[in-house]
Design a protein around this ligand. Structure first.
Ligand code: TYD
Ligand code: MG
Length: 455
């Protein structure tokens, strides 16, 4: 039978049965190419998968091996936390981030620790072996079973992996890999897809834990097809502002754990160092007695983190006042501005309003609503929020305050960092333990909250 050929878009990976001048999925012109028929059939059983094939058979659930996955520590507690308590054997982890954010540094650092007990193969397509060595020396990474390879040809990498049988493999980066089976250039959708598929098979069949570095495109998504994210077990994003030395690692997908955890690092001259106490860091340098700032406590994964919310409300010189929200979802911020206008009687509609969460943190919990409202009101009235106050609570459309979960944890964290007062919704304190030395103020709605906080 004649092998069927398909056409695909080299920009987005969309497949079509016939050639078109313009891709119907992404709208790009002249990007449709014919998929060579032969490699296609080969790629169904790429080299890594050419081993034993088991005939398909469904199993009763009770026959399935139910032992929990084997995990190992990476030596960086913050990294382990984001992975859900260590790296899982035989998993495929994609680490995405902007150039220069520290992906290579992060992975090289964990090699130093993992290399003490396991065999590592670090494949770099971006640096020479010498450059890698120099960086490793600077980071103090050396290990007997740490192998490096500057290579971009996928087949050679798979051969080396077969020979070496590493426990952990690092591919830096997936966009530099090249498989001879497909004719496209490295970094193209087809190449990235093909190479990831082969690495996936390698990791599942040989139980190798593979960390892939992925570059991020202008829109902030991992460059390459969306299917890349579906193929891997975990997608981690490493983020940070160019100007600041702090870096946040967050999970966008995790088959072995929660995606709420974040890991915080600081980039020093000796590499990345863990920040075990993000609250302290986020609050350092907080202005005293300045209007327009309020502290809240959000829960990221299992950890309470204090965050400072700042707002600036100023007279507008535009016909349509400007509104901007950083670190808070824009629509939520607009809703809170509307609630503030309507329910508390502050006439802010004609003002520009800017909201910002300090430290590049993204707050997506409704528990931060109250602090946003207070920061806005404080800036508008030009009156600081009372000292040592942490505000926690969700704000409804009628201006009512609603309780949030995890109060005990939040209060303990507030107290630990020296705050003396918390402002919470009236009925939030059911079974909550209040730490010694913490005064709890309650309010039923935003007007009461503003009255208490700005007194
Ligand atoms: P790198 O890990 O190469 O980034 P990526 O692989 O994500 O592109 O990190 C590069 C940046 O980190 C570079 O700007 C220099 C800085 N850096 C330090 O500040 N200290 C260090 O010890 C190292 C290794 C890098
Ligand atoms: Mg790099």
């Amino acid at each position: 039978m004649k092998a069927k050929t398909v056409f695909f878009c080299t920009a987005c990976g969309n497949e079509t049965p016939k050639w078109q001048g313009r891709c119907s999925a992404c709208g790009a012109w002249n990007t449709i190419a014919e998929q060579p028929a032969e490699p296609k059939s080969k790629s169904g059983g790429t080299r890594a998968s050419s081993g034993a094939r088991h005939p398909g058979r469904a199993k009763p659930l009770h026959e399935v091996d139910g032992s929990s996955e084997l995990r190992f520590g990476t030596g960086l507690g913050e990294f382990d936390r984001v992975l859900g308590g260590g790296a899982v054997r035989g998993s495929l982890v994609l680490v995405g981030g902007a150039p220069g954010v520290g992906k290579s540094t992060l992975l090289l650092q964990i090699c130093g620790y993992i290399g003490q007990n396991a065999k590592i193969l670090y494949v770099t397509g971006e640096e020479s072996e010498r450059q890698l060595k120099m960086r490793a020396q600077r980071l103090g990474v050396n290990g007997g079973s740490f192998y490096v390879m500057a290579e971009t040809a996928l087949d050679d990498i798979l051969d080396a992996a077969g020979e070496l049988a590493p426990d952990v493999m690092i591919i830096d980066s997936i966009q530099t890999l090249y498989s001879g089976a497909v004719g496209a250039s490295p970094g193209s959708v087809v190449q990235v897809k093909e190479c990831t598929m082969s690495l996936l098979q390698l990791s599942k069949q040989q139980g190798v834990t593979v960390f892939l570095v992925g570059h991020v495109n202008k829109e902030g998504a991992i460059a390459g097809p969306k299917v890349l994210e579906h193929m891997v077990d975990c997608v981690l994003y490493f983020e940070g502002e160019q100007a600041s030395s702090y870096r946040i690692l967050r999970a966008a997908k995790n088959r072995f754990g929660s995606t709420n955890e974040i890991g915080v690092f600081e980039m020093l001259d000796k590499g990345l160092s863990e920040v075990a106490n993000p609250s302290e860091l986020l609050l350092s340098g907080r202005p005293e007695a300045a209007p327009g700032t309020c502290v809240t406590c959000v829960i990221e994964g299992t950890r309470p983190i204090l965050a400072e919310i700042q707002a600036l409300v100023t007279a507008s010189c535009y016909n349509v006042p400007r509104r901007n929200a950083n670190g808070v979802e824009y629509n939520r911020a607009m809703m809170l501005l509307a609630v503030l206008e309507k329910r508390s009687g502050l006439r802010i509609a004609a003002n520009d309003a800017y909201i910002n969460v300090i430290g590049g943190l993204t707050v997506d919990e409704p528990s931060a609503d109250l602090a946003i409202i207070l920061a806005l009101a404080s800036s508008f009235r030009d009156k600081p929020v009372r000292e040592d106050l942490v505000a926690v609570g969700e704000v409804g459309l009628t201006g009512e305050l609603r309780p949030v979960t995890g109060m005990t944890m939040r209060l303990a964290e507030a107290r630990r960092l020296g705050f003396k007062t918390v402002l919470v919704p009236k009925n939030a304190m059911g079974k909550v333990t209040v730490p010694d030395g913490l005064t709890v103020l309650t309010a039923r709605n935003i007007s009461e909250a503003i009255a208490q906080a700005l007194s």
